[in-house]
Design a protein around this ligand. Structure first.
Ligand SMILES: C[S@@+](CC[C@H](N)C(=O)[O-])C[C@H]1O[C@@H](n2cnc3c(N)ncnc32)[C@H](O)[C@@H]1O
Length: 291
């Protein structure tokens, strides 16, 4: 078993490599990945590692050294609910960049690894509200954070559960549209990380990653007054978000992804009557536009 002293060095190397791979702008992101112990949030090993195109493969032993790679780890493998990919999260957390003292809401907390990284960034003067739909995972997350005064775990649908106004809303499941409540509760200057996915973004395990990745995009939404500025920041394939999916938005999203011009999106509107030529995506009650 790798000693804790060695794991500390390995965690720093992992954090540095992940941060470098995605061009993280802030040293605080690397520090958070170097400080939080992934093994504290994944239960006892060996752990099931997700392999695209194959089944999960267990780590050779319960040595935490196997967790410091850029791999997804099964939380409920039979339903393909995974602890997400470290590089993707390093990139997205860098885009949201929680500051000390801020309130972060994490939708789809799982068992809490990335919630802990967000809490590290918000610091003792800030706090994180983690919302998880699956009772089994919410219970594990609550136990994992029993000694953390700045983290509260709530079991329920993150699109409907009430929460205090937030500086960062970090959504970790695939929606087809932003929940109105998220936009209402985002503070002025607040940032939301929003994965939007079609129904094909979470297909069967044998599909190639690129076939699923072109079915989803993550947006960084920043609120300034009543305006919501939008920027695509990543492709994504991810488990669906209960409560934030509807058929009309899914259709509009699939059409928009198929036509291209994703990188020209600059704004999110809470209206569906923006002229069609100004929209990348237009759906009932909301749209993503070019200006
Ligand atoms: C891709 S997993 C990520 C889990 C966690 N962030 C991690 O990386 O370890 C997505 C999670 O979102 C949860 N989820 C889906 N819809 C949700 C909702 N409406 N509210 C809260 N959690 C939700 C799922 O149960 C699942 O745990």
């Amino acid at each position: 078993m790798t000693s804790e002293a060695d794991l500390k060095v390995i965690r720093r190397a992992y954090a540095r490599q992940i941060a470098a791979a995605v061009g993280v702008s802030e040293p605080r992101v690397e520090d958070a990945f170097a400080s939080v112990k992934r093994e504290d949030f994944l239960g006892p090993g060996p752990w099931p590692i997700f392999r695209f195109g194959a089944a999960y493969r267990p780590t050779p032993s319960a040595d935490p050294v196997y967790l410091y790679t850029d791999d997804l780890v099964g939380l409920i493998p039979e339903r393909r609910i995974n602890n997400g990919q470290p590089q993707l999260h390093a990139h997205l957390i860098d885009r949201a960049l929680p500051r000390q003292g801020e309130h972060v809401v994490h939708i789809g907390t799982g068992t809490g690894y990335y919630t802990a990284i967000l809490a590290h960034m918000a610091g003792p003067s800030g706090r994180v509200t983690g919302i998880e739909f699956e009772p089994e995972l919410a219970a594990k997350a609550r136990a994992n954070f029993s000694g953390w005064p700045n983290v509260t775990i709530v079991e329920g649908d993150g699109a409907a559960v009430p929460f205090d106004p937030a500086d960062v809303i970090y959504v970790n499941a695939g929606a087809t549209r932003p929940a109105d409540y998220w936009l209402d509760r985002l503070n002025d200057g607040g940032r939301m990380i929003l994965p939007l996915t079609t129904d094909k973004a979470f297909g069967d395990i044998s599909r190639k990653p690129h076939e699923m990745m072109n079915q989803g995009a993550v947006f960084r939404i920043e609120r300034r007054g009543d305006d919501f500025f939008a920027k695509p920041v990543s492709a994504v394939a991810i488990y669906p978000c209960t409560g934030a999916r509807d058929e009309a938005s899914e259709r509009a999203l699939a059409e928009a992804l198929a036509k291209g011009r994703l990188n020209e999106v600059t704004r999110l509107y809470r209206r569906g009557d923006i002229p069609a030529e100004d929209c990348w995506l237009r759906a009932p009650g909301w749209s993503l536009g070019y200006r």
